[in-house]
Design a protein around this ligand. Structure first.
Ligand code: EPZ
Length: 419
């Protein structure tokens, strides 16, 4: 097992280049199942989750080649349609294979993802929409067995805007018979990036980025010649929080402020100076961090995937703040670890009241989920009186490409060690 060691107290300055977005690369990789031929994708991040979906798809017969940062994928010969439990349990987003497999082969056997640390994370809305499209599904031994002769277009209303639900049904609908309309659809930039890829394959999709997406089924699709995955707005937000926490000045290359309005607004409210540049954003942290309330919401609201990181910032703010988590029912697991570092946080239902303090104290802590581990690294950057050890950082490696190297380049005293 590996751990990350941090000696906090340093101001971070310099330039960081943001990697491709995990939550765009995952559905886009799954979409390559929809048609044969060689697809070529740039800026696919080197992450555990990408390795996992590649493992699952390779077992199905999909061929992957990587050269000079380009990931080429060929789905000419898909021999299997199963996503096994031992891999799905490590990455719930494997459910994104369901839609493409049904569109391509008319059948799929996917392990139910099961819950995860941050919540039950049901997939009922995915399944309800697929049933409306004519899919027969049975649940046996923890697996969804799905079959359909020909997917039919349907009118789908999502009770809750679900990101992977929207993506799954978009992919199922691109070759369905007739028109599919998704209402109360997710509007995340990663949904738009998937729609761009599907259009490059020849799909007829309109309305992505709004709450109503219309897909008209087509007979054939072709391989994607070239696509550059959008950059990761959650990684960008994580580094912006680091600048705010350490009072540093960081140029964030490659991110787009248009995708980060809610985050930029909150960072300006804590006193950071955020400016757009030709190649991204520049952020200068304040001398003292003001406390600010946040409430996580579906896009374009404040992203739940930055809630833990912003909480670490509020732990060293002046005054108190209220952090409200409205998306997942158990996304405060990082609180007890932050408390071990001296943070003053009280949980009441889906709200955390954070009373800021001068600094945190270094301690051994344990990562429990992807974004919680990022918040512990951030807390370690400002923790004094020793070294912070973040254990179980396999969680971190699921969603951040070489995080400690990027922080080291910005001046942090941080390294990875085998525990
Ligand atoms: C996606 O998860 C992201 N993952 C998550 O990022 C992100 O936190 C989440 O969207 C919300 O933005 C990927 O894109 C791979 P949802 P997803 O379906 O699609 C409920 C990270 O750290 N719901 O939008 O699984 C659900 O319980 C990860 O990168 C149902 O009730 O989330 C939640 O309360 C963590 N039934 C809400 O909807 C369903 O069928 C939003 O979930 C589906 C969802």
């Amino acid at each position: 097992m590996e751990k990350i060691i941090i000696e906090g107290g340093r101001q971070l300055n310099g330039t960081v280049t943001i990697s491709g977005a995990k939550n765009a690369a995952l559905p886009i990789t799954a979409a390559s199942i929809l048609t044969g031929g060689w697809h070529r994708f740039h800026r696919v991040p080197q992450l555990r989750d990408i390795e996992t979906i590649r493992k699952i798809m390779s077992k199905m017969g999909v061929v992957f080649e990587e050269q000079d940062g380009v990931l080429s994928i060929n789905s000419d010969n898909i021999t299997e349609c199963e996503a096994p439990y031992d891999l799905v349990k490590t990455m719930r987003a494997s459910i994104l294979l369901l839609g493409p497999l049904l569109a391509r082969l008319g059948r799929a056997r996917i392990s139910l993802p099961g819950g995860c640390a941050i919540g039950a994370r049901p997939i009922n809305l995915h399944l309800k929409a697929l049933a409306a499209m004519g899919v027969d599904m049975t649940l046996e031994h923890g697996y969804i067995n799905a079959r359909v002769d020909r997917l039919k277009g349907a009118n789908v209303f999502f009770d809750i805007p679900t990101v992977t639900g929207t993506e799954n049904i978009m992919m199922a609908a691109v070759k369905a018979e007739g028109k599919t309309v998704l209402r109360n659809a997710a509007k995340e930039p990663e949904v738009i990036d998937l729609a761009v890829v599907l259009r490059k394959m020849g799909a007829l999709i309109e309305g992505d980025g709004t709450d109503t997406i219309t897909i008209r089924g087509v007979k054939n699709l072709g391989a994607v010649q070239e696509h550059v995955v959008i950059t990761d707005r959650i990684e960008a937000g994580t580094f912006m929080v680091a600048a705010a926490m350490t009072g540093g000045s960081i140029a964030i290359e490659g991110c787009r402020s248009a995708n980060m309005e809610a985050v930029i607004e909150k960072l300006r409210a804590v006193g950071a100076e955020v400016k757009e540049t030709d190649s991204g954003l520049h952020i200068r942290g304040p001398k003292t961090v003001k406390s600010v309330d946040i409430k996580t919401m579906p896009y374009p609201g404040f992203p739940t995937d930055l809630q833990a990181q912003f909480m670490a910032l509020m732990c060293v703010a002046e005054g108190s703040s209220i952090i409200t988590e409205t998306i997942f029912e158990n996304r405060f697991i990082h609180v007890s670890e932050l408390q071990r570092m001296g943070a003053n946080i009280e949980i009441s239902g889906n709200q955390a009241i954070v009373r800021g303090r001068e600094y945190l104290s270094a301690a051994p802590v344990m990562a429990t989920d992807l974004r919680a581990s990022a918040s512990l690294v951030l807390a370690g950057l400002v923790a004094l009186e020793g070294r912070t050890e973040v254990h179980r950082i396999y969680h971190l490696d699921r969603g951040y490409e070489a995080m400690e190297e990027k922080f080291m380049k910005l001046g942090a005293n941080i390294r990875r060690e085998t525990a």
